[in-house]
Design a protein around this ligand. Structure first.
Ligand SMILES: [Ca+2]
Ligand SMILES: [Ca+2]
Ligand SMILES: [Ca+2]
Length: 814
């Protein structure tokens, strides 16, 4: 054999054994199927209403399908899917190579097992029925999944003799393929190509997205109606590129850094890769890119399914414009400057908060953001109503008859999120964070005008009044009005029906704005009233945690509003006293409802009492705090860290009782030790606590407490802990490099779930919750207006962001 032939033989061996062969798909010990570049999850997540659960598929680092599940349609046309199908725990059988869940649809007498197994290149899902389908009760039975539309836009599908291209937007229901045995998706795209096939069920591919609903393209495998079969199967075969690697992405704050602060970029990479060098460049006016620092990043360790490497440039303090480079990627430009945080909160207060205000028209120059909404708020929710979005009405506990009008509720409050309800808990938390921001930092800004007489707000048109104080007053106005009407803090106001609630676009149109008058005909409008029964409901039940929460807000607002609006400040203080007094002298009520805290371990009572004491200096509040000292000592460290601690450290010195102070400080040390454990999951310097929902707001919420700890107990909590929460939401986080603040940073959450979500749009300064954790080990951020668990705006996240940026600036400026 000539040397040349030997060489060729070796080359072939290399090519065919280690080269193009993709790794085999294998069952993992945790019950999911994986190969590098592919993963199939089997009920590791169950948020099916959000299309994040059941059978989920990731291909080359992106989720391409989700919400795979058994779907049945009854003879009466009712569809059973999601929570209407009861699915048990997953059973993983390593010897058989299967992961299985059992499920049932009681109403249709259906029981089934759903088993996933792999031959290394495909995964086959088999649905085995307990007995043959009773077709007198069942109209359709099959397995359905949703293809995430953005991954398939303008890509092809092939099935039998048919082929086509997936459209970007839905234009009414379209069936692409019906009755096929094999469907090939995106064969022209080697990173998205997937083939679905079945020998015993008929496949269908359709676009059932509608303008007002959350849906991907639907792929289903169904039994032929009338079939006596007791099983059906679906085989999916991904094309896996063995050369593919997870993208290496740099993460750092996209707003930039103050010179004196810690500056760290994280490079998350495919675990099979090792990085080259990262370069920090300074950008000069003449086009020069000056390499300030070039170094190999330092390995930190695994974070989700990546390996994290860190690049520290803390000692670069020279003010200027910089960018980070790695391979072909550029992060930035961003600033290093003393003033960098002076601007970062402004858009949230200037645009997001005004746009989120209920009951007003909002304009920005020629742009009409929204018409005036909900001028017909609100009517008493009838007793024993289990409503949507966590709202419930139990026993009647208000002066108003069922569905009677409740006066005074047409001014104040912010829309919760992408939805327009006014939850008392969320509004109180938001107003409190803004009020504390005013008290601590007094940023002093006026670019917004609010005119009550016209129910109109104009952005970037000053009215001589401080914007932050105006927002505090706006939240407080709503809660005071409810307190005056009901005699306590209720649950909140929300649409009466599901159609109103799901509507996207201008909320001015979800009700007619005229209070309902039963004396009028349905189309009649007279004297500012109408016969259309579309006014929202106010849910009124008392809940002890919620009462203390609102009492604390009123106590803080009384301090902050003094001098600006003395009448409202006095009103707040009277209401805070009355709420507190009532809860101190009546048995606690734990009414389970969304958005409100439940009282545990006196944590909310401590908050309210501490702030009433700080506002009044009165002995009764001090005495109550001292009486609760043993409860402070018993308080779980987590409750101190996230609930009671901030108020206690603010009050402890003024209480002036050494044993009380010692109890608070001891608990703070315990909380600091607990926090250290919660930081261990990553190099990002913040707590984890991931679920399907991104953890951005949790991090920001804790940030506000961390500020007070660092301010009052600097020997226990270092300022860096608080500053890290700001860096985190601005891009120094896992899952993507997006800034979670819309419009802030070169790459940010500009496709978001606000009221304008149908337009694939955003509200500048809105703050999203961020990357979603997909159990068992994946994390993903995607620019989707429908993934509310990633891209929705919630007002208290935005308030915490405003607070935390001002706080970071204050701590770093010390
Ligand atoms: Ca809501
Ligand atoms: Ca103003
Ligand atoms: Ca109405």
């Amino acid at each position: 054999m000539s040397p040349m032939r030997r060489g060729l033989g070796l080359a072939l061996l290399t090519c065919c054994v280690a080269g193009p062969a993709a790794a085999q798909i294998r069952l993992q010990p945790d019950g999911h199927f994986a190969a590098p570049g592919f993963a199939l999850l089997v009920y590791h997540n169950r948020y099916l209403v959000g299309r994040a659960g059941g059978i989920e598929g990731l291909l080359h680092g992106r989720r391409v399908f989700d919400a795979g599940q058994v779907v049945a349609v009854g003879a009466d046309g009712r569809r059973y899917a999601g929570d209407a199908v009861k699915v048990g725990e997953r059973v993983t059988d390593a010897a058989a190579g299967t992961a299985r869940v059992d499920g049932k649809v009681d109403a249709l007498g259906l029981g089934f097992g759903l088993t996933a197994r792999s031959d290394g290149t495909s995964v086959t899902l088999t649905i085995t029925l307990d007995h043959a389908v009773d077709w007198t009760r069942v109209k359709r039975l099959g397995f359905e999944l949703e293809l995430f539309p953005e991954q398939f836009w303008h890509k092809t599908y092939f099935a039998g003799g048919r082929a086509g291209i997936f459209p970007e937007r839905n234009a009414g229901p379209v069936t692409f393929v019906e009755g096929a045995s094999e469907i090939s998706l995106a064969p022209e795209d080697p990173l998205t190509h997937l083939v679905f096939a079945s020998t015993d069920a008929t496949l269908r591919l359709a676009d059932e997205r509608t303008a007002d609903h959350v849906q991907g393209f639907t792929l289903s495998a169904a039994l032929a109606p009338g079939s006596p079969a007791r099983a059906l199967s679906l085989r999916l075969t991904p094309r896996i590129d063995p050369a593919w690697r997870k993208a290496s992405v740099l993460r750092a704050s996209q707003a930039g850094y103050r010179p004196e602060q810690k500056k760290q970029a994280v490079l998350e990479m495919d675990p099979r890769d090792t990085p080259g060098r990262v370069t920090l460049q300074r950008v000069h006016a003449d086009g020069t890119l000056e390499a300030v620092r070039t170094a190999a990043p330092v390995r930190w360790g695994p974070v989700f399914d990546s390996t994290a490497w860190t690049f520290d440039f803390s000692d670069v303090r020279e003010p200027g414009l910089y960018q980070l480079r790695y391979a072909e990627e550029t992060l930035g430009p961003f600033r290093i400057d003393r003033d960098v945080l002076k601007d970062a909160w402004k858009t949230t207060l200037d645009v997001y908060f005004p746009v989120q205000m209920c009951h007003v028209e909002v304009r920005q120059g020629y742009r009409i953001w929204r018409g005036r909404c909900h001028a017909d708020d609100a009517r008493q929710a009838p007793p024993h109503t289990e409503h949507f979005d966590g709202y419930r009405q139990g026993e009647p506990d208000s002066p108003f008859e069922p569905d009677a009008p409740v006066p005074g509720l047409t001014w104040g409050g912010w829309h919760d999120a992408g939805d327009t309800d006014l939850p008392v808990g969320g509004n109180a938390n938001t107003a409190l964070l803004l009020a504390l921001a005013q008290e601590e930092f007094k940023p002093g800004r006026d670019v917004t005008s609010i005119r009550r007489e016209d129910a109109r707000v104009d952005l970037f048109r000053p009215d001589g009044k401080d914007d932050l104080l105006q927002q505090v007053a706006y939240g407080v106005s709503y809660l005071l009005a409810m307190d005056h009407a009901l005699g306590h803090a209720g649950v909140g106001i929300i649409d009466r029906n599901w159609e109103q609630y799901l509507a996207t676009g201008d909320p001015a149109f979800t009700s007619d704005g005229y209070p309902y008058d039963p004396a009028l005909g349905e189309r009649e409008v007279k004297d500012g009233r109408s016969g259309r029964k579309d006014d929202r409901w106010v849910f009124s039940n008392r809940n002890t945690g919620g009462q203390y929460q609102v009492a604390q807000l009123f106590a803080v607002a009384a301090r902050v509003l003094k001098g600006q609006d003395d009448a409202m400040a006095a009103d707040c203080l009277a209401a805070a006293r009355a709420l507190w007094e009532f809860e101190e002298t009546h048995p606690p009520v734990e009414f389970d409802v969304a958005y409100q805290p439940r009282e545990r371990d006196h944590a909310w009572e401590l908050r309210a009492t501490a702030d009433l004491f700080l506002t009044t200096g009165e002995a009764r509040y001090r005495e109550r705090l001292l009486a609760l000292r043993a409860d402070v000592e018993r308080l779980p460290a987590q409750a101190f860290l996230r609930t009671a601690g901030g108020a206690l450290v603010r009050a402890m010195d003024r209480v002036g009782d050494p044993p009380f102070r010692a109890a608070v400080v001891a608990k703070a040390r315990e909380a600091r030790a607990l926090l250290q454990k919660d930081l261990a999951w990553s190099p990002y310097g913040v707590t984890g606590g991931f679920a399907v929902w991104g953890n951005g707001w949790d991090v920001l919420d804790l940030g506000a407490e961390l500020y007070f700890f660092a301010k009052h107990l600097p020997e226990v909590f270092e300022p860096e802990l608080e500053v890290a929460t700001v860096d985190y939401v601005l891009g120094h986080h896992p899952g993507s490099a997006h800034s979670y603040v819309s419009g802030l940073g070169r790459r940010s959450a500009t496709v978001a779930f606000g009221f304008n979500r149908s337009e694939y749009s955003y509200i500048p300064g809105g703050v999203v919750s961020g990357a979603s954790f997909l159990r068992p080990r994946y994390i993903e951020y995607r620019d989707s207006p429908w993934d509310w668990y990633i891209t929705e705006y919630v007002m208290n996240g935005a308030a915490a962001y405003v607070f935390d940026v001002l706080a970071a600036d204050a701590l770093l400026g010390r």
